[in-house]
Design a protein around this ligand. Structure first.
Ligand SMILES: [Mn+2]
Length: 499
């Protein structure tokens, strides 16, 4: 776990040398928290190495997007948080002499070409933990891969004296020959955003990045309450909205959460404002945490669940206390909000240190996002769902954005009239001719055999669509007008899985 990972780092050095040899680089990245932090890490590293670059973002790196990239006059394209899954198409462009790809990704590499022929297994400048026996789903994210390359780039650029441009441009006040370890904080935000923290903490190659960030003074870690919103949520909301571990009389219970806090010997408000977890003293934190555990025990929450109330917190020590930027989890949520509304420029700006307009815009987007979610949940709850034998579904049309309809569906489960004993399927308009489908289940249903990834992939193929995902949450794109045929097939497959 600790110590260098020789093969991965050797490959990173090879990629770094290629980037340093380029006159200029087109940086292409995925739009989500991991993709945005990947791009920010890459951008900082290129800037510090004195390599001119331009950044583009794509929601999906499909053949059209790659063709558009190939049509630019860049000879070197650096892909972050995607590219491995498109190795076949990218390889064709490389063979045609369109550009040389450098890839830092953690997704499954494509091994079969579109025409069914096995494609090249690898390309020369391809950095992916999966090629070196490291779990790309749990141990290194796109931002992590981008960070490993950034560290190599600092070494290579330092050795080749490329760090200072001849006219001194591009050199900021930061030390020009930084070793890029300060970028570990963003790598951790990306990993947390890609849900790589399991059992309350990061593991493997991710843990090594955490160690480097702590050494560099940009990260602090420690055991803390594992609730979302420790920096920004007022105490009662922190407790009320924490539903991963359901504590009767507190979770989802506004008055209950208030009563619980009132019962503690604690100063709850200061200057008329609710205090936040991040502003409590260690002793005050202990008071709340132990009362919370006591309440969980006395109301019959299973010990395994109670353990989940505590986890490792990743704190960005250079960010101000009480802001979402200080907590890796809140930071990644803020970035995801910019990504969902296609404002990658805003998310990237925040990652690169814009604490003015970009941060303000990101906060507004997050606020709008939360309002859209709550309006969506109200809409679904009010209008109800259609029951089939094995699933329930609703059609939001254009009234809920396709980018959030899945979250809305999942959150609406358990509301009045929306059962948690059947998976829920949601349709929303994606384009003139296509519908986005999102399906959500519960872990209980998965234990009984539900695999929504298989359901979405099989049922969408039956109507000439395309789909996939995870067992508990999956999605598809299907042609408009095929809803009935599609849902019948979904109902059948789910019935088979749960029988
Ligand atoms: Mn990723």
């Amino acid at each position: 776990m600790a110590g260098p990972i020789p093969d991965l780092e050797e490959r990173a050095t090879r990629c770094a040398r290629r980037l340093c040899a380029a006159d200029r680089v087109l940086l292409a990245s995925h739009i989500d928290a991991d993709g945005l932090t990947s791009a920010a890490i890459a951008a900082k590293a290129l800037e510090r190495a004195g390599i001119p670059f331009e950044t583009v973002f794509e929601k999906q790196l499909d053949a059209d997007a790659i063709a558009a990239i190939a049509a630019t006059d860049y000879d070197t394209v650096y892909f972050t948080d995607f590219g491995s899954g498109q190795l076949d198409i990218i390889g064709d462009h490389e063979d045609a002499g369109d550009f040389t790809p450098v890839i830092a990704d953690h997704h499954q590499p494509a091994t079969i070409d579109g025409d069914g022929e096995p494609s090249r297994a690898d390309t020369e400048y391809h950095l992916n933990p999966l090629l070196f026996g490291i779990d790309g789903a749990a141990e290194l994210s796109g931002a992590g891969a981008s960070y490993v390359l950034a560290r190599a780039l600092a070494d290579v650029a330092d050795g080749s004296d490329a760090a200072v441009a001849a006219d001194g441009s591009g050199v900021d006040t930061a030390p020009a020959r930084s070793d890029n370890r300060d970028l570990a904080a963003l790598a951790v935000v990306g990993a947390v955003g890609d849900m790589q923290a399991s059992g309350g903490e990061l593991h493997g190659a991710n843990a090594k990045i955490v160690d480097e960030g702590v050494d560099a003074g940009v990260l602090e870690t420690g055991k803390d309450l594992a609730l979302y919103g420790k920096q920004t949520r007022p105490l009662p909301k922190l407790l009320e909205y924490a539903t991963d571990v359901h504590i009767p009389g507190i979770s989802n219970d506004e008055r209950g959460a208030l009563r619980f806090l009132d019962g503690l010997d604690l100063e709850l408000k200061r200057d008329g404002e609710w205090r936040r977890w991040s502003g409590l003293t260690n002793e005050e934190k202990r008071t709340v945490a132990s009362a919370l555990v006591k309440r969980a025990v006395s109301s019959g929450v299973p010990p395994k669940k109670i353990d989940q109330l505590v986890g490792t917190a990743y704190v960005l020590s250079e960010e101000p206390v009480g802001t979402e930027l200080r907590d890796a989890s809140e930071f990644s949520t803020l970035l995801n909000a910019t990504a969902r509304y296609e404002r990658a420029d805003v998310g990237l700006g925040v990652c690169l240190g814009d604490r003015g307009a970009a941060l303000e815009r990101a906060r507004t987007l997050l606020c709008d996002h939360r309002r859209n979610l709550s309006e969506g949940i109200d809409l679904v709850t009010r209008e109800g769902v259609t029951e089939e034998t094995n699933v329930q579904w609703f059609h939001a049309g254009d009234r809920i954005r396709e980018t959030i309809v899945g979250i809305v569906a999942g959150m609406a489960m358990g509301n009045e009239g929306i059962s948690r004993s059947k998976p829920i399927v949601a349709f929303a308009e994606k384009s003139e001719s296509e519908l986005k489908v999102s399906a959500r289940g519960t872990h209980g249903l998965v234990r009984r055999g539900l695999d929504l990834s298989a359901v979405m992939s099989e049922a969408s193929r039956a109507v000439e669509g395309d789909g996939g995902g995870h067992d508990v949450a999956a999605g598809a794109t299907v042609p408009k007008g095929k809803e009935t045929e599609f849902i019948e097939r979904v109902d059948e497959i789910v019935g088979e899985q749960l029988s």
